[in-house]
Design a binder for this molecule. Structure first.
Ligand code: BTN
Length: 325
């Protein structure tokens, strides 16, 4: 009920809506509308009431609620089970545990904050409350195990599309798993898979997206290198809106991937590639190697030419630790 009222107020974008009109749309009395307004105010919504004019929305709390998220998804959505937590160690760890106890494809785990957020190569992912998105997706695709890492590129394409649709900014992708805005990292992806010799059991895809963090919210070590949607766009974004868009963009990209393989999404990846033709430093198994990132091949491998080499190599994993700006 409260969600329907908040949606009516949201649709009117800060303009007054009369109590009578709201009551008509909700099928309740004006007195019942007033009670619901009180409930929303207790939940942190800013609602102005004026005699003769009605009610208008001044602000909403930036919380992610399941009903609100579901409302933003298509009717026959890929996503069916939601674990929306205020605090957890790591949404990836939660999703892996759920996967191992038989949770279905289409399970989403999202947390307001993480105490043990994990990044690639065993690094920590700072996850303060109230600002960003920390979300993990559980998938059980019927693809060969060697294809599973390609889902990182599929996710990056979906994330870029969702960020662009939400903000109007242009997102760039840094192989294999980073999303950049204005030359700085705004999001990272951590895919973890479980497979038998010839069969993929599940894939968990974790996404950390900096949404409303300000410069001061980043730890000193990444200040100047990290960014957020808010820093780049100059305004804050409701996290549930960005998450809803991402989940829908992911469904589209995932469908293309299942139908046509990586080539279904590669044009969208290449169009946003940050590194093509640039001189980079690549870290492989602890060694830093200078060379050129030529591009990404049809299987999602990095085409890399070492300095001085005449032939390029294709790498399934690694980290670009520095690149020509
Ligand atoms: C990276 O760039 O190193 C990847 C960062 C991935 C962070 C996300 S936040 C949600 C999910 N849960 C985790 O513990 N990690 C991922």
């Amino acid at each position: 009920m409260g969600n329907r009222l908040s949606r009516i107020l949201e649709e009117n974008q800060g303009r007054f809506v009369s109590g009578q009109e709201i009551g008509r749309r909700l099928g309740t009395s004006r007195a019942a509308v007033w009670k619901q307004v009180q409930t929303l105010r207790r939940r942190g919504f800013g609602i102005e009431g004026a005699r003769g004019a009605g009610y208008r929305l001044l602000g909403r709390p930036d919380v992610i609620e399941e009903a609100d998220l579901r409302f933003r998804l298509r009717v026959h959505s890929l996503w069916n089970t939601f674990h929306i937590l205020s605090l957890t160690d790591s949404t990836n760890s939660r999703a892996v545990a759920l996967a191992e106890s038989g949770a279905p494809e289409g399970t989403v785990v999202c947390a307001d904050a993480q105490t043990g957020g994990r990044g690639r190569f065993g690094r920590a992912w700072e996850s303060p409350p109230g600002l960003n998105l920390y979300v993990s997706l559980l998938l059980r695709p019927r693809v060969e195990p060697p294809q599973a890492p390609q889902l990182t590129l599929v996710t990056a394409v979906a994330l870029a599309a969702a960020v662009e649709a939400s903000t109007g900014l242009s997102a760039r992708l840094k192989w294999p798993n980073d999303l950049y805005l204005g030359g700085r990292k705004a999001a990272g992806i951590l895919a973890e898979l479980s497979a038998d010799a010839d069969r993929l059991r599940h894939v968990v895809i974790g996404v950390g997206l900096n949404v409303n963090a300000d410069e001061r919210d980043f730890p000193p070590a990444v200040r100047g290198k990290a960014t957020s949607l808010k820093i780049q766009a100059g305004r804050a974004f409701p996290r549930v809106e960005v998450l809803g868009r991402f989940l829908e963009c992911f469904s589209d990209a995932y469908r293309l991937f299942l139908g046509a393989g990586l080539r279904g999404v590669l044009p969208e990846w290449r169009r946003r590639s940050l590194l093509d033709g640039k001189r980079v430093v690549l870290r492989v198994h602890g060694d830093d190697v200078a060379g050129t990132a030529v591009g990404v091949d049809d299987a999602g491998l990095l085409i890399f030419r070492r300095e001085g080499a005449s032939v390029a190599e294709r790498l399934p994993s690694g980290e670009i630790v520095d690149f020509e700006r």
